[in-house]
Design a protein around this ligand. Structure first.
Ligand code: BGC
Length: 736
């Protein structure tokens, strides 16, 4: 009897204890996320909700303190985790634990044409973001390269929607494995920096859907990006951070996006549109809506007190705030409140190695006459290194992607470390550009040189004359008006008299190797005067090491261009048709679909270097392409194989590219378009059969009258090649 009473009492106590420790639904991660969202929402006051939809500091937004729902902390992006800034200022907060690994610029990543490198990049930068307690990484950027003058092209993935799509997906997935949201930017049509806050873009639906949107769509639908950033510019007369057509119709409606839409910093301009047009979080509005520059103006944001007032007065339905808070809670549950997410790591040797590998795979060997490269160290006594970019820090500057890097190996140091003491390396400046790079209170080393151009050239030529090799290391940099946010370049040519200097060097030494650091194409009037040209982008912390490994042949270059190098600006559609950068802030993309190589091919314009071009220290020969059938059934697939052989004596990687052209179509189409590629690793003498599949989706174009993707029956040509202009074989097939 006594025993039974004891059991009953114990059961009773246990039940009470369980009831007390039972988690509220929103904290119980065994419950479906949508149920948790609704539960959290039901516990929140209107004020708490409104606090969540706008910034509380430069890079954060409020959580719900009472409920233990954490704040959102964001960081740029996309090349490393930005240093901590003050609460309400861009200046450094002065932390000593925030020096990150600087990864190569996204143009370099795109130039690897290797989705595995994109996955490694995403994983590594995601780990850095996670360690620094950021739950949103402001990147990657996938705006299409429309003009070589765009100051921000270095933060994007080139001119081709297919290449950018294949590279963005693994980046996003890699970041998000860490419980950190990727915030894909800048959605959409932000293809220049001039007038970026005002320009209204007019583009036809075909170009929009076929060129400018696919990489965003892939990031959202395949990569499952948890957030996206609206762009500063306008489309159809509405600012894109509050653009009904882009955000409600396309992003949420057509693509089913369920993440959070974040405004670009200061990209919101109107409360009503911000409420109804699909935006969730307002950031960086440096205004009280009336005047610029009010400090701590967060309560005055369009989605702060003005929104709260409208809700309280009943002028706006509470469902409008709930929609936004749901999206933000979903973001928080996927990141900060995911108990299983890893802890991350920061500025580790592993991340250094990742940065170096990506850099090495992205460097593009543009020209290599007489196999002047790689440098034959055993037969070399002296190397002359000439040019400002050999010593200039490139991680500082360029705008919001500027970094406080743990270290940055300059090209000169990388080369010196590599060649050791056996080879004499002599440096001469050659030219002098801007003196000191600065950004947000961070200052690069002072490299002021007040000598005249004549003095600098004379010294450079003297140093170059006796050398076995001359490595000219120049190009652009991260100053305003070059590869930098907020302004575009003024011209295609190199700045600071570099063209004249290169020609002068070529006169005194026949082994001049020109190394260009840039995120953009540059004009090369001296192209026939020098035997070798290398495009090395901005490579981050491991820049010098990666470059030295490629120049000396320890790494065989395997990058290819993610955009066309035009001979002159008038060879670019946006410039030829004369509407760049717009008139009275109105700009029509008259070239439509014909961006990059699509423009060159349509108009039979020979580029300086074509899209997809890049050389190796070995040679690859392609056999004949073989297709599995002569006609593609509407629901089926074709297989195409091509044997590719390394006929040289060095192991190397070749990027085999597959383009498709529609022989006859009811609407105008490009001559051919990239539809697949493979990067294959081949030992000397090795041959691999590279296989591709072609499906009906690869044949489709966007029919703007029907507003759908269609494939028309008829003949198609498959082009297989080493670049868009170096086609090694073609085969035809028919769609019945
Ligand atoms: C840039 C964004 C960046 C944001 C925050 C804006 O000026 O356009 O790309 O993420 O600032 O720094």
């Amino acid at each position: 009897m006594k025993k039974t009473v004891l059991i009953i009492i114990s059961l009773f106590v246990l039940t009470i204890m369980q009831a007390q420790t039972k988690l509220p639904v929103y904290l119980d991660d065994s419950k479906p996320i949508e149920q948790r969202i609704e539960d959290a929402l039901s516990r929140m006051t209107l004020e708490e909700k409104v606090k969540m939809v706008h910034a509380q500091s430069k890079f954060s937004s409020a959580g719900v303190q009472r409920l233990g729902i954490p704040e959102n902390w964001m960081s740029d992006g996309p090349h490393g985790i930005r240093a901590e800034v003050l609460w309400d200022e861009w200046n450094q907060a002065g932390w000593t634990n925030d020096s990150c690994m600087a990864f190569p610029a996204l143009t370099c990543l795109a130039a690897t044409w290797n989705p595995e490198m994109a996955a490694l990049y995403g994983k590594s930068i995601g780990e850095e973001a996670r360690y620094r307690n950021k739950n949103v990484l402001l990147g990657p950027g996938v705006n299409i390269y429309r003009t070589p003058l765009n100051g921000r092209n270095f933060e994007y993935m080139g001119e081709d929607p297919y290449l950018a799509s294949r590279m963005v997906v693994p980046y996003v997935q890699g970041v998000q494995k860490n419980g950190v949201a990727a915030c894909v930017k800048h959605f959409a049509l932000n293809n220049q920096e001039v007038d970026r806050n005002l320009v209204n873009v007019t583009v036809d639906d075909r170009a929009l859907y076929e060129i400018y949107l696919p990489a965003f769509k892939a990031a959202v639908m395949e990569g499952k990006a948890w957030s996206i950033m609206g762009s500063y510019n306008r489309y159809k007369g509405q600012w894109n951070c509050q653009n009904e057509y882009l955000l409600n119709d396309i992003l949420r409606g057509e693509w089913g996006f369920d993440g959070a839409v974040v405004s670009d910093w200061g990209g919101v301009n109107n409360t009503e549109q911000a409420i109804y047009h699909g935006l969730d979080m307002e950031f960086g509005t440096w205004t009280n809506g009336l005047s610029e520059g009010k400090s701590n103006a967060y309560d005055d944001y369009y989605l702060a007190d003005p929104f709260l007032d409208l809700l309280k007065s009943g002028k706006v339905n509470p469902e409008e705030i709930d929609k936004k808070v749901r999206n933000i809670l979903r973001l928080v549950f996927r990141t900060n409140m995911d108990k299983n997410r890893p802890f991350g790591s920061f500025a580790t040797p592993e991340h250094g190695l990742a940065a170096r590998q990506i850099a090495e795979e992205g460097i593009v060997l543009l020209k290599n006459a007489n196999n002047v490269l790689p440098i034959r160290l055993d037969a070399t006594k002296k190397i002359a290194v000439i040019g400002e970019n050999a010593i200039k820090m490139m991680t500082i500057g360029g705008g919001s992607s500027s970094l406080k890097a743990k270290y940055e190996i300059s090209p000169l140091d990388g080369i010196k470390n590599k060649v050791g003491t056996a080879v004499h390396v002599e440096y001469a400046r050659g030219y002098a550009g801007e003196k000191i790079a600065k950004q947000d209170g961070l200052t690069a080393a002072d490299i002021t040189d007040n000598r005249s151009p004549e003095e600098l050239t004379a010294e450079a030529c003297r140093v170059a004359k006796e050398a076995d090799y001359v490595l000219f290391i120049g190009g652009l940099n991260k100053h305003d008006g070059q590869d930098s946010e907020g302004a575009d370049r003024k011209e295609l040519g190199l700045p600071y008299g570099q063209d004249q200097l290169i020609s002068a060097l070529a006169k005194v030494n026949k082994n001049v190797v020109v190394v260009i650091l840039s995120g953009n194409a540059v004009a090369m009037p001296w192209i026939n005067e020098v035997p070798a040209i290398v495009e090395t982008w901005y490579l981050g912390s491991e820049a010098g090491n990666a470059l030295a490994n490629v120049l000396t042949g320890d790494v065989n270059p395997s990058g290819k261009l993610p955009f066309t190098f035009p001979v002159q600006l008038s060879d670019v559609g946006a410039h030829k048709l004369g509407d760049y950068p717009g008139k009275d802030y109105e700009e029509t993309y008259h070239e439509g679909l014909f961006v990059g190589y699509r423009w060159n091919e349509k108009n039979k314009i020979k580029p300086l270097f074509p899209f997809g071009h890049g050389l190796s220290y070995t040679q690859f020969t392609y056999g004949k392409s073989v297709i599995s059938a002569k006609s593609l059934p509407a629901d089926g697939q074709l297989t195409l194989t091509v044997p590719v052989r390394n006929t040289g004596n060095k192991a190397g990687k070749e990027i085999v590219q597959l383009y498709i052209g529609d022989e006859k179509s009811s609407l105008v189409r490009p001559v051919k378009e990239l539809k697949s590629f493979r990067k294959v690793d081949l030992a000397p003498g090795e041959e691999k059969n590279v296989a591709f599949t072609v499906s009906v989706d690869d044949l489709k174009f966007f029919d703007d009258t029907k507003h759908e993707w269609i494939a028309e029956p008829g003949k198609f040509t498959v082009y297989v090649g080493a670049s868009s202009a170096d086609i090694r074989s073609t085969v035809d097939f028919e769609l019945k």
